[in-house]
Design a protein around this ligand. Structure first.
Ligand code: FAD
Length: 273
């Protein structure tokens, strides 16, 4: 497979940096072709602003959605964004690798998504009708491609368990896995999470690195998270509510959007430091 690996850590000698090297080496050993976007090393500009839309006239009000649509349609996005889009279209798969900062991705990576996932590429794709609501959530530009997160976290695994005080890790990562990756069509693999990362010593690195290598060996074959397809019949159109007969009537929350009946895994493969 051709894999775009997006790395977001300010320090090359970090644990995250060491795990990146392990992952890429193993992927290449498996015959995959990997291209790396190293956001801090590249000096990636994270904020969306007028400079992103060179065709916008000074007197024009900036409407980010419209500006993104027009710039993408006219091939007038900035060179850094166009280069990332070219890599995304080249790749069969996308890996986002970052430390968990305030229960989310570092701002520089969020800014990569904000700027690169343009209107017409990652959203605003497909037609609305009585039978479908555009191409999103399992359909879209990246349908048929795989995506996955590699995350390090300071907190304990127990604190991210279903009843843990931090909230379940599946829920915390849902906005990224479902909202950013599944939305434009990717099949999203269960994430690889390292817990208690700050407490790790050199002796603890080897087993985690081996877990990650093992995970990279199954990257092309492991079942994705069984998110429900928007246009697959589980949701009412146009309200996009899950049909009342699906799931427990009183149930709410992110887990409802995973089809437990599908032959797919949502199990986290985690290394606990
Ligand atoms: P590093 O600091 O680079 O290394 C961690 C440890 O690994 C060090 O002790 C290092 O010696 C050791 N190590 C072992 N082997 C190696 C090797 N081969 N190479 C390098 N180092 C090695 N955590 C949460 O759980 N939830 C949060 O919401 C959260 N928010 C945060 C917000 C901010 C702003 C920050 C700075 C941290 C936050 N954290 C949070 C903690 C954060 O997730 C961890 O600090 C981070 O994941 C550790 O990864 P790292 O690559 O930065 O580790």
């Amino acid at each position: 497979m051709k894999i775009l690996f997006v790395f977001a850590h300010p320090e090359q000698r970090s644990l995250t940096g060491a795990l990146r090297d392990v992952a890429i080496k193993e992927l290449e050993a498996q015959g995959h072709e990997v291209r790396l976007t190293d956001l801090y090393a590249d000096g990636w500009k994270s904020e969306v602003d007028r400079a992103d839309f060179p065709l916008l006239r000074p007197e024009e009000r900036l409407k980010p959605v419209t500006a993104s649509h027009d710039a993408y349609a006219q091939d007038a996005l900035t060179g850094d964004v166009k280069a990332e889009i070219e890599k995304l279209l080249w790749a069969d798969a996308l890996i986002l690798h970052f430390p968990l900062w305030w229960f989310a991705m570092p701002a520089i990576l969020k800014g990569w998504v904000d700027r690169v996932f343009a209107y017409g590429l990652a959203y605003g794709v497909g037609e609305h009708s009585e039978k479908r609501w555009g191409d999103r959530y399992g359909e879209g530009t990246f349908a048929g491609k795989r995506a996955m997160l590699i995350v390090t976290a300071g907190g304990w695994a127990e604190h991210y368990a279903p009843r843990g005080v931090n909230g379940p890790i599946d829920d915390l990562l849902f906005p990224i896995n479902h909202g950013i990756l599944y939305y434009p069509g990717y099949d999203v693999l269960p994430p690889f999470v390292v817990y208690r990362a700050d407490k790790l010593d050199e002796a603890g690195f080897a087993p985690i690195a081996e877990d990650l290598r093992e995970r990279m060996r199954s990257f092309a074959t492991i079942a994705p998270i069984a998110y429900r397809r928007q246009n697959g019949g589980d949701y009412l159109i146009p309200s996009m509510q899950l049909r009342p007969e699906i799931g427990d009537p009183g149930a709410t929350g992110f887990a409802l959007h995973v089809d437990e009946g599908k032959p797919a895994s949502r199990t986290l493969i985690s290394a606990v430091g």
